[in-house]
Design a protein around this ligand. Structure first.
Ligand code: PLP
Length: 415
């Protein structure tokens, strides 16, 4: 029963360094967040030892009574949060969840219509390097130069390509997604509507974003972004036939034994989301990013679509002499972690890009509010205004470390 430090000092030290990085830097990657120690404790539990192929009360292994109990709890809580009838909490990731949806509902070579990766969609929405672009015949819609989805145009594209599945949801889209309009489009061509709410699920859970139910036939999400749970995925539906197909597609279709320790951690995260305090968190996520957006606009930076309805902004440098890659690196040196991102009308390669994506979920989870976001937004502009001034970046790094030290996330690296 040696501790991690005693058993493996090398790994222990690396994890300690990661804790320091997460503590000292300002995490503004829109898809990241901080889970609670309780979630991490469940994830580090004895359930990591258990095989539980199958589903609650229908397993292929003995000794599953407690795995059943915890998975059923996770399912019930997920259904309560999103107001749906069926949830599969076994996907190891968001990509696995999406893979299972296609595998369950269409055949190889069938047509799908999703959001273009370079316009904010995800790899699994039909992008060529992903299984979704390799195994299916993928067509794409995007955003207009104003940074918004034009639903009439999506309808036109759908009518031409006649997809079996329309995927809506995005990784880098700052505006509300209108699931009702997407359903009208899907109905007009007889397609299944598949909503991937990975980015916005935490807002949907708090009624701070339109729900995909009752419009989408099937909904997927990751559990580690705005939901603040462990890394993983989930699939939901109100349709019994779809639910059965999805279950078979996950196991035995594309996965083996479920990660019961992660499912236990999902259950813990879902309990946190069912607490009334979740609404305050989701509201604050939106308030904080608006404060940041306003400062950036005031200081002369272009936001794709001119602002935000959710938890992120996309900043465009099309009219600046530096790239998204330059901005990402300079902000990194100043202690602010973001990611470079393509923008509508992109002129640079996807490895360089003309934009960055900034999100508020993680810092909001640390307890930061309007005051801190205003300070941070101004520091971001100071860095961008002086993109080559490495002395200034180092100075800002120190100041922000000081700011971050007032918002402790974890007392130790493992729970
Ligand atoms: N769907 C969307 C919209 C995403 O943004 C992501 C991840 O960034 C995923 C799916 C995939 O999730 P994972 O990284 O867990 O496979």
């Amino acid at each position: 029963n040696a501790t991690l430090e005693q058993a493996d000092k090398e790994v222990f030290d690396i994890i300690e360094n990661e804790l320091k990085r997460q503590t000292n830097h300002l995490e503004m990657i829109a898809s990241e967040n901080f889970t609670s120690p309780a979630v991490m404790e469940a994830m580090g539990s004895v359930f990591t030892n258990k095989y539980a192929e199958g589903y609650p009360y229908k397993r292929y292994y003995g000794g599953c009574e407690f795995a059943d109990a915890v998975e059923q709890l996770a399912i019930d809580r997920a259904c309560e949060i999103f107001g749906c009838s069926y949830a599969n909490v076994q996907p190891h990731s968001g990509s696995q969840a999406n893979g299972a949806v296609y595998a369950a509902l269409i055949n190889a070579g069938d047509r799908i219509l999703g959001m273009d990766l370079s316009h904010g969609g995800h790899l699994t929405h039909g992008s060529k390097p992903s299984f979704s672009g390799k195994n299916y015949s993928a067509f794409y819609y995007g955003v207009e130069l104003d940074g918004r989805i034009n639903y009439d145009k999506v309808m036109e594209i759908a009518k031409v390509c006649q997809p079996k599945i329309i995927v809506c949801g995005a990784s880098a889209y700052a505006r509300e997604i209108d699931f009702k309009k997407f359903r009208e489009i899907a109905d007009s061509v007889g397609a299944i509507l598949f909503a991937d709410i990975a980015h916005i699920a935490g807002l949907v859970a708090a009624n701070e974003h339109m729900s995909p139910f009752p419009y989408a036939h099937v909904v997927t999400t990751t559990t580690h972004k705005t939901l603040r749970g462990p890394r993983g995925g989930m699939i939901m539906t109100n349709d019994e036939e779809i639910a059965k197909k999805i279950n078979s597609a996950i196991f035995p279709g594309i996965q083996g034994g479920p990660l019961v320790h992660v499912i236990a951690a999902k259950a813990v995260a879902f309990k946190e989301i069912l607490d009334p305090a979740w609404k305050d968190y989701a509201k604050q996520v939106k308030v904080n990013i608006k404060v940041l957006a306003d400062v950036l606009i005031k200081r002369g930076y272009d936001l794709v679509s001119g602002g935000t309805d959710n938890h992120l902004v996309l900043v465009s440098f099309l009219n600046k002499p530096f790239s998204g890659k330059d901005a990402d690196a300079a902000l990194g040196n100043a202690g602010i972690t973001v990611n470079k991102n393509t923008v509508p009308g992109e002129t640079r390669s996807p490895f360089v890009t003309s934009g960055i994506r900034i999100g508020s979920p993680a810092l909001t989870a640390r307890g930061m509010k309007e005051k801190e976001f205003e300070i941070i937004a101004n520091k971001i502009c100071d860095v961008l205004d002086n993109i080559e001034d490495t002395v200034l970046h180092a100075k800002i790094n120190k100041e922000l470390e000081e700011l971050a030290s007032g918002f402790v996330i974890y007392n130790k690296s493992t729970y």
